[in-house]
Write a protein that binds this ligand. Sequence first.
Ligand code: SAH
Length: 436
Amino acid sequence: MRHYPIFLELHGRLALVLGDGPIAARKAEPLAAAGATVIRKSTFDPKDLDGCAIAIGADAPEADLHALSAAALARGIPVNVVDRPELCSYITPATIDRDPITIAVSSAGAAPVLARLIRARIEALIPPAYGRLAALAERFKDAIRTRLPDLAQRRRVLETLLTGEAADLVFAGREDEAARVVEATLESAEPSGGMVFLVGGGPGAADLVTLRALRLLGEADVIVHDRLVGDDVLDMARRDAERIYVGKQRANHCLVQEEINALLVRLAREGRKVVRLKGGDPFVFGRGGEEAEALAEAGVRFEVVPGVTAALACAAQAGIPLTHRHAARSVTFLTGHTKEGRLDMDFAPLVALGGTLAVYMGVVSLPQLRHGLLAHGLDPATPAMLIERGGTSRQRELRGSLDRLVDEGPAWSTKGPALVLIGAAVGRGVHFNASP
Ligand code: SAH
């Protein structure tokens, strides 16, 4: 570690800012925000340092900056001269302000731009609501200390409160309810029960996961996931969270789903924070509805976190507008899943709608899909597209008519998850690297 990090108490203290320019003005702002009385000077007089807790120099004559640095160092006053490490006794970090939480990032001057990029990442991870969560904790600090004198127990209860239901209520803007949960927890001195989060993990790319999903992945005790969730997404989960793979086999679907439901109920009843992580969105062909019903029936608390569903991710990356004022006034999500080899679909209204069709699990049933749609009047020349591993760096596309997809699809496929898009809007795709 190159520097020793500290947070300075400046309330009611004097801070000297030497220099007239915009940088000096910018440096004065956080000092004032931290409660300091800021003295601005354009030239240096050693007397200006009297009573000062900190000093900053920028945009001042060279001799004054040197004099400031030497005098402050001699008197043990922390001093920073902007962009002059040799004149500094401290450096200013890139900060994230979630009052009362403050996060400071430093690269020890080696790569300030990188420090700022890291700050941007942390900023995205720690939503402003964390400030409100800290305020809630502060409000109950004394009560918690009195009620739970044992440190280990206090820590356990606090961890549960700060990652559990109370925190989720604060993030949802429901502070009053959160306060009641804290009170109830203190009454019983027991951590609140488990909860299940049905979380959409998006199409597989790590940066298409929502911030809410990311937060829950970082807090989960156990993650129940299936085949569609990629390693990139799972890698973002808490390292010591238990992971349970419940990938489905095509044949014994029903039984497996019941087992998954029972597993979720059992884990929650053990008091654990369960993330049920699904590809795309949990409520779009993800059986999230069945799991939600089972949880409700068992009296287990749960919440649903939406994700970027395959159709949206595939279309966006392929440059295809799913709706278009001149080509598609609707978009329909369909499943091409067959029952006993038959595609059970009402084709007439789909053709009549004249919008975009997004067919999930439709690769195997493509011939039946083409037959049904054309038999009900769809123009055989209607643009169509097969998109594999959409929304990831490995997205592949096969463009053409339904005929082409049926003829070439099977050989083209590399067995990754694939979606079929059909409709006039598919032909209006504008690819970002297309030549004008
Ligand atoms: N809940 C998921 C869908 C689950 S059904 C969602 O909202 O996306 C599984 C089907 O989704 C796959 O057979 C495939 O048709 C589609 N799918 C899922 N991820 C995909 C991806 N990255 N690219 C293309 N299709 C995908």
